[in-house]
Each structure stands twice: as C-alpha cells, then as structure tokens.
Design a protein around this ligand. Sequence first.
Ligand code: PMP
Length: 397
Amino acid sequence: MIFSQVSQAPADPILGLTDTFKADNRAHKVNLGVGIYKDEAGQTPVLKSVKKAEAKLLEIEKTKNYLGIEGVQAYNQVVQTLLFGENSELVKQHRAVTAQAPGGTGALRVAADFLATNTTSKTIWVSNPTWANHQNIFETAGLTVKQYQYYVAATHDMDFDAMLADLDQASAGDIVLLHGCCHNPTGIDLNIEQWKLVGQLCLEKSLLPLFDFAYQGFGAGIEEDAQGLRAVAKVVPELLIANSFSKNFGLYNERIGAVTLVAEDKATAERSFSQIKKTIRSNYSNPPAHGGLIVSTILADDMLKAEWEAELAEMRERIAQMRTLFVDSLKAEGVSQDFSFISRQNGMFSFSGLNKEQVNRLRDEFAIYIVGSGRISVAGLTKDNMPAVCKAIAQVL
Ligand code: PMP
C-alpha cells in the first residue's frame, strides 16, 4: 500500500500543545502556549471595530465573485500605509508592491517560494531562537536555513555584536529574516541605532532583509513599532515584508496578512510582482476576501480606525500591566531569582528562562501549559490566573 509508507509527523511544538491542553480535563488548566490575546476575563472576543465593519460588509456585499490574485486592492494600499507611513517616498515612487495573503504564515511562504524559484537567494538567516515555524516554512520552500546569534540566556538580553558578527559571515544575496517588532519568542527588539546598523550591514554585504511583522502595535504603538522597518527600508534598495493582522485586529481565524516587495525601481517591482502572483496562483489561486475587507473597511473609516486604535492600545496596555504584575507576583510568592527582565520585554511573549523539565512539571503537576523553550504568552495571563501560575512557578524553580 502507498500510504502505509507514510511516517508519523511530530506534533507541532505550539499548536500540538493546544491539542494536549484541550484534552486536559483539569478545570483549573491555563494555556500560556499559543500567542492569542485574552482579555481580563480570559476571553478572546471579536473586536468591536471588527464587528461594526462586518455589519457594514454584510449589508453592502453583492457578490462572492473571486478576488484578483493579489486580493483586495484597497487593502493592499492600507497595508503599505501601515508599513511605511502616510508620506512614504518609496510608496510614491511605486517601488512597493503588495499582495494579500492568508495570514503571516501564507505571506512568509509566498515570499519564500518566490525567492526560491526566481532568485539566486537560497540561504536564509534566522535569529537563534526564532518562531518555531520559520525553519519549517523556509525549508519546505527549498531554502537553506542558517542561524545568527540573538539571545543570551545568561543575561536575558540580546547580543547585538554577536548578531552582527554572524551576519558578517553571510554571502551576498543571502536573506536575513528580521522580526519587525516584539521578537518571538524572546520579546527583545533592536533599538533604532541597531536597526540602522543592520540596514547598513545589509547594504554593504548585499543581503536581502525579509521582515516578519506579525505584532505591529503590540510593542510601543502602530507607528513606533514600524520604525525599525522604515529605517532599514531607507538604507537598502530592496526588501520583503510578510505582515499579519491575526493579532492586532484579533483576526486569527480569518487568515489575513500580506506580502510586500520593495524593489529599486517601479519596473523591477512590477516584474517581481508578476512572479509573486504566479507563485500565489499555483498555491491557492487567490485569497479569501473577508479578512481583507474587514481591515480595509476599518482603516478607510476615521471613526472605525480610531476605535480599532483604542482597542489595540487596550490590548497592548493590558499585556504591559500583566508583565509588571507577573514580576511582582513572583516576588510575592517568595521567588528570589530576579525576573525583572520580563517587564523589559515587548509584545505577547516572555522568554522566562524556565527549562524543559520545569515546563513539563508545570504541565503535569499544575495544568499550566507553556512552550518547551520556556516561552510564556503573557497575553494569556489575567488577574485571576496569575496567583496560581506564580505559585506553580515558585514550586518548580
Ligand atoms: N510570524 C510570527 C513571528 C508569529 O508569531 C506568527 C504567529 N504566531 C506568524 C508569523 C504567523 O501569523 P499568522 O497566524 O497570521 O499566520
């Protein structure tokens, strides 16, 4: 038989954990694995701005006809504004082309397929550590994955010099995957001076930056979080961006993101776009409409946009509060180890430094689920579950 030769694939390190969590029947269980925002009540409700946009769409929608390969055009324009700002020179010069994609994952895969098929860039450098799916996506697309130093466990910080030294080993044409903000899993981002140096290095060594931008607005703010990307885009002639609205619009299951290519001139951008569209056509033909229409409807309407910005700020601020409370609660539980680094990290995650054995004990003895690397989704912490989580951590340390 043909299928009898198929071997069992290992469970996904993050989504596999959610499956185990679902099957756990202990009532007090807490899932701090997958990066999903939870509100004070532990829920992930649809944003009010999204509900209003959906009501509008329900009323005006006249057809379910296919979108073009590149998706909703108004959507692709607002994506460029979010990425590059209102008065971007490169947008005015038509150096940027954008295609709607099914989530950040879909955007990364389209970017990787496009590079593997159409360019001589076959090696991609990712940070050590990085989001668990990166290696999977890039290797499946046929790229070779190498790592650059990023995080140092002993200092709970990044080692920028080591990052630059590793990237100095890259060859011309290699791709460098950069987390635009809220680095997953460490929560540690480059500052603006460091971004400029990375841009300079990419320029000098002819490396191609590929930004993974999945958390715009979860760090310091919508504009603030784009500063690194914009600084690099100012220096280098070409780059790629895979962005996602799963988190900042709470549109996880709508699968909405985009792939954006910036070329040295309009003609090259357009020619490259024809190949991006060819890549999409052979993968899923054209994207689903709903998520793109929600985002473009919200961003085209000043009231809805302001409401979304306020909702995003509320998510960002609640996570920041949980970071502080987390550090304080661990102290209150008698933990002497210094966890203050948690309040310096950005975005949804905290790289706790807990080891595999401690992670397993949290799951088996206390029904608290975090990723094997020790990554905790701070966005899943609430005032209600905090005491139990901190008590359990105090016991496994
Ligand atoms: N990149 C990073 C760094 C992520 O954390 C995620 C989501 N966990 C993605 C990409 C993918 O986002 P999406 O769910 O939109 O595919």
